[in-house]
Design a protein around this ligand. Structure first.
Ligand code: XBP
Length: 250
């Protein structure tokens, strides 16, 4: 019996990764670095979850012998803070829209007393600002848990962040469903014993979602139906709470 829906953030609740990419590039410019993350490069770098971890991976792989002005972790942390400030500015415009069906499904869950959780590797204030600006100014209180960023050492695809939520809400993994957009997120939930629905995003096309219960282009709205990539909507045109309850029961 479904008790809890667990939402990833970037690429799932909203298509935010282009704004993240632009924020990284603006930070590099401000720091006087001649680095530029193109869409194709960023698509590869997204395999590394966590912005600081992504910067470190990029330096190690593409900037051998880089001369750090301070120690490596301080330099990366300061550069990532500039990036986060850039990203926060974009969020505060309120122009980042939620993906189709996201607000509808969250409201359906609230109306049916289904618990809600956020499970993400992004920086916590990126989550709270996105929810307040794009979902509802009071939406933070709608979630029983917001698990984000460094609350765990090992980020997705490790299951740690899902284990953290299961422990904190004392959940039975069989009564939960995760909603993710990437293979990393799917694997993280899968290794924690949680069934997953994937809504493919602009940077996760062609990834391996074979472990997902259902793969769609988005959750859909009555006038904007979902397109099934793998699995079935049971004769529906959108992913609604009733369908998710059926998936959880199976
Ligand atoms: C997405 C991420 C994050 C963002 C960048 O997290 O991996 O690192 O790309 O945000 P999820 P930060 O898909 O779990 O929401 O720079 O704050 O990490």
């Amino acid at each position: 019996m479904l008790s809890t829906l667990l939402f990833d953030v970037d690429g799932t609740i909203a298509q935010t990764e282009e704004e993240h990419r632009n924020s990284f590039n603006t930070a590099f410019q401000k720091a006087g670095l001649n680095w530029f993350w193109s869409k194709s490069l960023y698509s590869k770098l997204l395999k590394i979850t966590g912005g600081r971890e992504r910067i470190e991976f990029y330096i190690d792989k593409f900037c051998p012998g880089f001369d750090f002005p301070t120690n490596k972790s301080t330099f990366i942390a300061e550069l990532h803070e500039i990036k986060t400030k850039n990203y926060q500015k974009k969020l505060k415009t309120g122009k980042i829209e939620l993906r189709p069906g996201m607000k509808r499904l969250i409201q359906e869950a609230r109306d049916n007393e289904i618990q809600l959780g956020i499970v993400t590797t992004t920086t916590p204030k990126n989550v709270t600002t996105l929810l307040q600006q794009s979902l509802d100014v009071n939406s933070l209180e709608w979630f029983d848990i917001i698990a984000a960023g460094d609350v765990v050492c090992n980020k997705k695809p490790a299951p740690d962040i899902y284990h953290y939520v299961i422990k904190n809400l004392n959940l039975n993994p069989n009564s939960c469903l995760a909603i993710e957009d990437t293979q990393n997120g799917l694997l993280s939930a899968h290794y924690a014993g949680i069934k997953t629905i994937v809504t493919v995003s602009q940077y996760s096309k062609n990834q391996d979602f074979s472990r997902a219960e259902l793969v769609v282009n988005h959750l859909g709205e009555p006038n904007h139906p979902s397109r099934v990539i793998h699995g079935t909507l049971n004769c529906k045109s959108i992913v609604d709470l009733k369908l998710l309850m059926e998936i959880c029961k199976n």
